[in-house]
Write a protein that binds this ligand. Sequence first.
Ligand SMILES: *Cc1c(COP(=O)(O)O)cnc(C)c1O
Length: 370
Amino acid sequence: MGKNETITVTSPLLPSLDEFIPYLQQIWDSKWITNNGQFHKQLEAALAEYLGVEFVSLFTNGTLPLITALQALGIKGEVITTPYSFVATTHALWWNGIKPVFVDIDPNTCNLNPDKIEAAITEKTTAIMPVHCYGVPCDTERIQTIADKHGLKIIYDAAHAFGVRVNGESILNAGDMATLSFHATKVFNTVEGGALVCHDAETKKQIDFLKNFGFAGETSVVAPGINSKMDEIRAAYGLLNLQQVDKAIEARKKVAEYYRAALRPVKGVRVFDDMPGVRHNYSYFPILINAEEYGMTRDELYFKMREQNVLGRRYFYPLISTFDTYKNLESSTPANLPVATRIADEVICLPMYYGLTEEDLERVVGCIVK
Ligand SMILES: *Cc1c(COP(=O)(O)O)cnc(C)c1O
């Protein structure tokens, strides 16, 4: 990228157009363009294999699998979740008539703090919906122990956690279900898209009914399902993109290492390290700005970067709990969410994608190092 060209926070990984055209030709020839076609089936199988999970259902985006997971598990009442996420996590509860109960996050992972979960459980609580924020694994063992003790289900919003493994095991196998987003901004994209991972064939069958209006056969509708089927064009695109995702994750890792080395010595800037035993995907690169030590607030730095055409993003600011729909819930008070509130005020996610050049990285770091 040239001297003053804009560096965006992300840029989509695209398959080669030359390689895509023969797939399109096949789709045109067959005239089978959606409804569980051959590329849809192939991508489900390829993802199950790549991710190390048994059952994958493709969706048309990453929000509908969240909504559908809640439907499939019959979740009602109250669900414990994190305010420090993309707003879709909480919206999925709202669309199911469920009351979100926000619990604070752990300052070292930015994920739901297991120490705070039990105090938020009431007789109406039916599930926990944590997010593997930035692809950093939640403490899945402790969350499972709490869920088992209180008879709760767990749905992980794993939109950031494509390909993340802990001691060789896919993070997507934790909990009752996990959801993925394949939006253009994510590590692996199908333009728009997503998936729901479950752990048994019967549940997958149910999910597949739900994403197709509830149809279980030509004349049989078993539930009030929705339409969230992925089409053949995006499934084929996904098959091609899957072939290069490891290369992209490797490149992202190098970017993370560059940023860490350059920014760790800067007073008032906090970077996050890899966790032992974790295969990270480097989906985001958050830094925290301690205004007092750094001598500038997060927003001052953010706008200074923008002036230099370096577009960081304040993920996740504002907290979901501050939006109009949710701000009047008892659990939305900043006093209940001190860590999330502080981190939302300190965070900037730096540009992170496959294709950033050494020169780009120097420009990003140059905005921050004084
Ligand atoms: C991107 C994202 C979603 C929603 O995915 P879409 O594919 O954009 O619908 C849900 N949760 C989190 C945490 C996300 O980052």
